[in-house]
Design a protein around this ligand. Structure first.
Ligand SMILES: Cc1ncc(COP(=O)(O)O)c(C=O)c1O
Length: 485
């Protein structure tokens, strides 16, 4: 096939060559049995050396493609392999690809009307419709962001703007020094919140000392009763300006109870941020909706369509409850976003002025799958994980470490003769062995002082497929025991 393309190079225009090369790559992708080559880091470096051996003279597209095919692609993760169960990554959904290709062909920057009239208007319209899908209220607004990390950061930034306004100064001008005692400003997060919130407080000029961790219950959701007590204890000597609930924690997919947390926010006059980077999508499934009760009360919400929606990275959204929340941070300039213009300027709602056309793949994916198709796509891995949990409850070799609320199951391989520390190293060894040869990919995380194996189902799958990875994990565990741990 490859030689045929080279043969055709002389007779076809560039577009056709690209089409053929894309075809080879997609054919090759399906031939892979492994998730990735399983090569060592040293081997990968060796293979990639040629890719960065820059020369004065350029190479032909065909030679570059061949080099990529031979040297790079084997070492890339094949997210469409059913054994990939470690992270929140997915391959591109067919409808999303149509939009992504178009966005790429026109390389649209979605800054404002003048940079891309269609892009700017589509982003605004897409946000309006997605707000309706999540039922976030008629006053809500949103913006596409580079990632969930930046969405979380901007949420805290906006919370500070509002706090400053309540204190009677302009945060945009004075920054953190406008607060009388910035060291007293607190953000409350779950002990299982994503580490991006640590980045967020650092990047807004506070620090990790301004974060307080909230205890979790037996299924790793913020424990509201304990939270109330914690808030009472710290409130008098501090200034809680923001509380973060996570709807779908990274380690276990647990959903914090947003409604009672919203009530605490009301009492403490603090901004409620919901980090739904991973989990918010599941609120679209009717039978899961009640678990997300209260999200409409959030001042801001992070959502990552680039997780389970199958849209290309980057694709994240920050929603706010009231449009004016974005106005406080707006930065007008002489050449972009001139004051008084009534044209759409999505770039006024997030710092970068060069912004990707993230709305288009999301729009084309929703058009292609339809809302029913989306619910089906989202439900499949959750149903499979729920079934897996039921099955494994009867398995004497496995200790289950969470009751899955979404698509994540944490577990450990039991061993009666091991103490906690040995059990932790045992899980680590199993993890290393399972991931080593590139046939299956699971992850390892920490729940308090326990190392646990973590299986993430993000793409449509079945319980039978998930069981294959469990069998493989057990096989590796047995080998480790047979060799003597
Ligand atoms: C709950 C949660 N919040 C935030 C993030 C960060 O999102 P991103 O990877 O898009 O920066 C993640 C990533 O996995 C996450 O799970």
């Amino acid at each position: 096939m490859y030689l045929r393309v080279i043969g055709e190079v002389k007779h076809r225009n560039l577009e056709n060559i690209f089409k053929s090369l894309r075809k080879i790559f997609s054919m090759r992708k399906k031939e892979f049995e492994k998730i990735y080559s399983g090569a060592s880091m040293k081997q990968v470096r060796e293979d990639l050396k040629q890719l960065v051996d820059f020369q004065k003279k350029g190479m032909s597209i065909e030679s570059i493609s061949q080099m990529f095919e031979e040297r790079l692609i084997p070492h890339l993760m094949k997210y469409d392999n059913s054994g990939f169960l470690s992270m929140f990554n997915t391959t591109i959904e067919k409808g999303a690809k149509l939009g992504a290709d178009l966005a790429l062909d026109y390389n649209q920057g979605v800054t404002d009307w003048y940079v891309s009239p269609g892009g700017a208007v589509l982003e605004e319209m897409c946000i309006e419709e997605v707000i309706k899908l999540f039922e976030l209220g008629s006053e809500a607004d949103g913006t596409f962001m580079y990632s969930g990390t930046y969405a979380n950061q901007e949420a805290l930034y906006l919370a500070l703007h509002k706090k400053a306004e309540q204190e009677g100064f302009d945060f945009a001008q004075k920054g953190i020094k406008g607060f009388e005692k910035p060291e007293k400003l607190l953000v409350l997060i779950s002990q299982d919140a994503h580490f991006s919130l640590k980045h967020a407080v650092r990047m807004i000029g506070l620090g990790e000392e301004n974060l307080r961790k909230l205890a979790v219950d037996e299924n790793r959701r913020i424990d509201v009763a304990k939270m109330q007590k914690q808030v009472e204890d710290i409130q008098s000597a501090n200034d809680i300006f923001c509380i973060v609930a996570t709807t779908g924690t990274t380690s276990t997919g647990s959903i914090d109870p947003v409604l009672p947390i919203a009530k605490i926010c009301e009492k403490t006059n603090s901004w409620l941020h919901v980090d739904g980077a991973y989990g918010l999508a599941y609120s679209l499934i009717p039978k899961y909706k009640a678990r997300f009760s209260g999200i409409e009360l959030a001042d801001s919400i992070t959502w990552d369509p680039h997780k389970q929606f199958g849209v290309p990275i980057p694709n994240s959204i920050l929603f706010v409850r009231r449009k004016e929340d974005f106005h406080r941070m707006a930065l007008h300039s002489g050449y972009l976003y001139r004051k008084g213009e009534d044209k759409p300027s999505p770039g006024l709602k997030s710092p970068p002025s060069t912004r990707p056309f993230s709305a288009l793949p999301l729009v084309s994916s929703i058009l292609y799958l339809g809302l029913d198709g989306i619910i089906e796509r989202l439900s499949s891995p959750l149903d499979a994980v729920a079934e897996l949990y039921q099955k494994l409850q009867k398995d004497s070799e496995i200790e289950l470490c969470n009751i899955p609320e979404t698509g994540i199951l944490c577990f450990r391989l039991k061993n009666e003769s091991m103490n906690q520390s040995k059990l932790n190293s045992y899980q680590q060894r199993i993890y290393d062995e399972v991931n080593k040869d590139g046939k299956f990919s699971i992850s390892l995380t920490k729940l308090d002082d326990r190392s646990v194996l973590r299986l993430v189902a993000i793409a449509p799958t079945t319980v039978e497929t998930l069981m294959k990875s469990i069998e493989y994990v057990k096989e590796k565990a047995k080998q480790i025991i047979d060799q003597g741990v």
